[in-house]
Structure formats: structure tokens, C-alpha cells
Design a protein around this ligand. Structure first.
Ligand SMILES: *Cc1c(COP(=O)(O)O)cnc(C)c1O
Length: 379
């Protein structure tokens, strides 16, 4: 099956009760047993729920994995990966990463004796210097948030495999439409399904997809034992969202390109971050591992003025000033005061998240309206 068919049919099975074409929302906590243990595969909805199972099969299908595991949020999915580790273990992570991931790593898991190295991975050989006998996990986000750096997944997988370390890739920004980390050698792919997979800004959800059965068993165990599951209603919404992922992504990419090119030619703009530019540091890797360049674009105005950046995001009318990304509607954010406020200013600026940085999640509206909106807001 090709991707555009998988988004609609992947992992879906016919409803045996009434022939419903869409997976029903099984809003139930428990299931009848004819005799103790005599059930139809479902006993209690923390452990399994048929709506969640349908979503988990869909996730596995679109990411070319064998097992999907759905969680109550993207962060809960990351949390489950970290629960594979034990005190003394070490993680090597990208330094330009989602603020909430950084917070989870440093504020929760460091306390439990796990050591994190936050490093630049644009040059992938940097990883090797941090590998030692305690290394257990490499955490990669690509494209990174919010600076759209590109990390070579295949090269990271080669290093991970050479040293017997797990490689997990946060594929939230790219989605399986643009890149498939498992095909490139990653062991775990992670999603905030809140973003493009759901696609309509109406749910919060996370997902993991793996190929390996033992790894899947460990993660299903954690999913049930820790209990950060997603409810059936949200699973239904995510399933529905996934069915249009390919058409939405095509338009996100088209509009993202138009907006990035408009900004790059604007006299008041200092720098535009978008992996589709030929002068982007890792443009060649992006071309190789991604099908297109996505709908995320970040930019900095000349003079790097905090107040001016705030004024621009306040003036936008079609773009909504809000956290999050990946919905059909265009959103604008100011990382320094919003998504990345939990990262100390010194750390933030080291990686380029300066005061005037604005991040756009370019939606699927008409691109002329988006560009006109930017024009009136920037001046
Ligand atoms: C939003 C996001 C997360 C966290 O997901 P939630 O669903 O908000 O918990 C993780 N990684 C990236 C790249 C994100 O954008």
C-alpha cells in the first residue's frame, strides 16, 4: 500500500458488529467476560480499547512500523521512552529541542539519576564524543523546533547501532508524509499527534511507533503500568485527522515555501529559517531524507528587537497568536516568551532562539491571504 492509501485504510479492520465504515468510539472502561478470563481481547480500557487499537494500527502503518502505542500527550509518549532507562544511564539529545522535552529531561529525569548531554547534531559526528558505556538513548528532533535545523537520521542510526544505543526520533514537525525515521534505521519514532497528525487543533495526544517486538512489549507494559493513555474520543479524532494527512501536508508545504520565500525577500527581515533554502546548512540532508520541506518557518527581524517582535505577532490577523502548530489554521508564536520560556535565556540564545525570533506554523488557507497578513503586520 502506498502512503496516500495507508493514511485512510492502514491497519483498519471491518466493524464486525454493524459494518460501521468509521471506527466507533468505544466509550467504555470495561468489557463483559463470559467466565473469568473469557473475553474478546479487551478487559479494561487502560490496557486496551478498540478505538485506541485502531489508531495504534494506523500509526504503525503510516510510519512503516509494526507497533503503534498511543498516549495522552506527546510528552507522555516521551516520558514512556525515558522509563525504559534506569539511574546511571545517559542520554544524548539535540540541543535545539521542544521546550517541554527539555523540561521533562532536566526537571524530572535528572532527579532520578539519568544524565543528559544536550549537543549540536548538525554535524552528526559530534555524537560520538559523548558515547560511553552508560549511553542508552540518542534523542533526535528533526527538523528542530523552532530553528528548523536538520539532523541526518541515517547517520545517527549508524552511530546508534554501532554502539548498541537506542535512537528515538521526534517526528512531529516532519510527519510520516515527509520522512520515515524507522526506514532510516531509528528504533523509535515519536509524535505529538496534537500537531499535524490530529491536524485540527482539537486534541492533545502522543504516539510511539516501533518495529521491534521486544521494544514494543516494554513500551506497552509502560503504557499500561504508568497509565498515560489517550481516551477513545481523542483516538477517534486522531484517526479522522490521519485520513487527510497527505492532502493537508501537501498544502502546508506549498504555503510554507511561499511564506519562506516572501520573508526572505523582505527588507526588514534579517534571517529566515526554512530547510528548503539551498543555503540552509543541511539542505542536502533535508532533500535526501524528506519528501518536501514542511510548513514550519521561523524568522528574525533586523535589529533583534523584543518589542517589535511582540508587536508583529499581535498585529497578525489571519495568523493566530497561539502555542502549538500543525493545525489547518496558521499560527504564530514567539518562542522566547512562549514555547521556549522554560529554557534559560543563556541556553536559549546559545542555540539561536533570540528575542526577535518568530515561529510560524503555516496553515492551509489561501497563501495570498497569509502573505498579505504578514505584509500588514511587519510593515
Ligand atoms: C508539541 C510537541 C511536543 C509535545 O507534545 P504534547 O502533545 O504537547 O505533549 C513534543 N515535541 C514536539 C516537536 C512538539 O512540537
Amino acid at each position: 500500500m502506498k502512503f496516500n492509501t495507508k493514511t485512510i485504510h492502514g491497519g483498519q479492520i471491518e466493524d464486525s458488529s454493524f459494518g460501521a465504515v468509521m471506527t466507533p468510539i468505544y466509550q467504555t472502561s470495561t468489557y463483559v467476560q463470559s467466565t473469568p478470563g473469557g473475553h474478546k481481547g479487551y478487559q479494561y480500557s487502560r490496557s486496551q480499547n478498540p478505538t485506541r487499537s485502531a489508531l495504534e494500527r494506523a500509526l504503525a502503518s503510516i510510519e512503516n512500523g509494526n507497533y503503534g502505542i498511543a498516549f495522552g500527550s506527546g510528552i507522555a509518549a516521551i516520558d514512556a521512552v525515558l522509563k525504559l532507562l534506569k539511574p546511571g544511564d545517559e542520554v544524548i539529545s539535540t540541543n535545539d529541542l521542544y521546550g517541554g522535552s527539555y523540561r521533562l529531561f532536566t526537571k524530572i529525569y535528572e532527579k532520578f539519576g539519568i544524565k543528559f548531554h544536550f549537543i549540536s547534531m548538525e554535524n552528526i559526528s559530534n555524537i560520538e564524543a559523548y558515547i560511553n558505556k552508560n549511553s542508552k538513548l540518542i534523542w533526535v528532533e528533526t527538523p528542530t523546533n523552532p530553528l528548523l535545523n536538520i539532523i541526518d537520521i541515517k547517520a545517527a542510526a549508524d552511530i546508534a547501532n554501532k554502539h548498541n544505543v537506542l535512537l528515538a526520533v521526534d517526528n512531529t514537525f516532519a510527519t510520516p508524509y515527509l520522512q520515515n525515521p524507522l526506514d532510516l534505521g531509528a528504533h523509535i519514532v515519536m509524535h505529538s499527534a496534537t500537531k499535524y497528525l490530529g491536524g485540527h487543533s482539537d486534541l492533545v495526544m502522543g504516539a510511539l511507533v516501533v518495529k521491534d517486538e521486544n521494544l514494543a512489549d516494554d513500551l506497552y507494559f509502560i503504557q499500561n503500568a504508568s497509565g498515560a493513555i489517550s481516551g477513545p474520543q481523542d483516538c477517534f479524532l486522531a484517526l479522522r485527522g490521519i485520513k487527510t494527512l497527505h492532502v493537508r501536508m501537501q498544502r502546508h508545504c506549498e504555503n510554507g515555501k511561499a511564506v519562506a520565500e516572501y520573508l526572505a525577500n523582505h527588507p526588514k527581515i534579517e534571517k529566515v529559517y526554512w530547510p528548503g533554502f539551498e543555503n540552509h546548512q543541511n539542505h542536502e540532508i533535508a532533500r535526501e531524507q524528506m519528501k518536501d520541506f514542511g510548513g514550519m518557518v521561523s524568522f528574525v527581524t533586523k535589529g533583534n528587537n523584543y518589542e517589535e517582535a511582540i508587536k508583529i505577532v499581535e498585529n497578525l490577523k489571519v495568523f493566530t497568536l497561539a502555542e502549538s502548530l500543525g493545525g489547518v489554521e496558521s499560527l504564530a508564536g514567539h518562542p522566547a516568551s512562549m514555547t521556549h520560556a522554560s529554557i534559560p535565556k543563556i541556553e536559549r540564545e546559545k542555540t539561536g532562539i533570540v528575542d526577535a525570533l518568530i515561529r510560524l506554523s503555516v496553515g492551509i488557507e489561501d497563501k495570498d491571504d497569509l502573505i498579505a497578513d504578514l505584509q500588514q503586520a511587519i510593515g
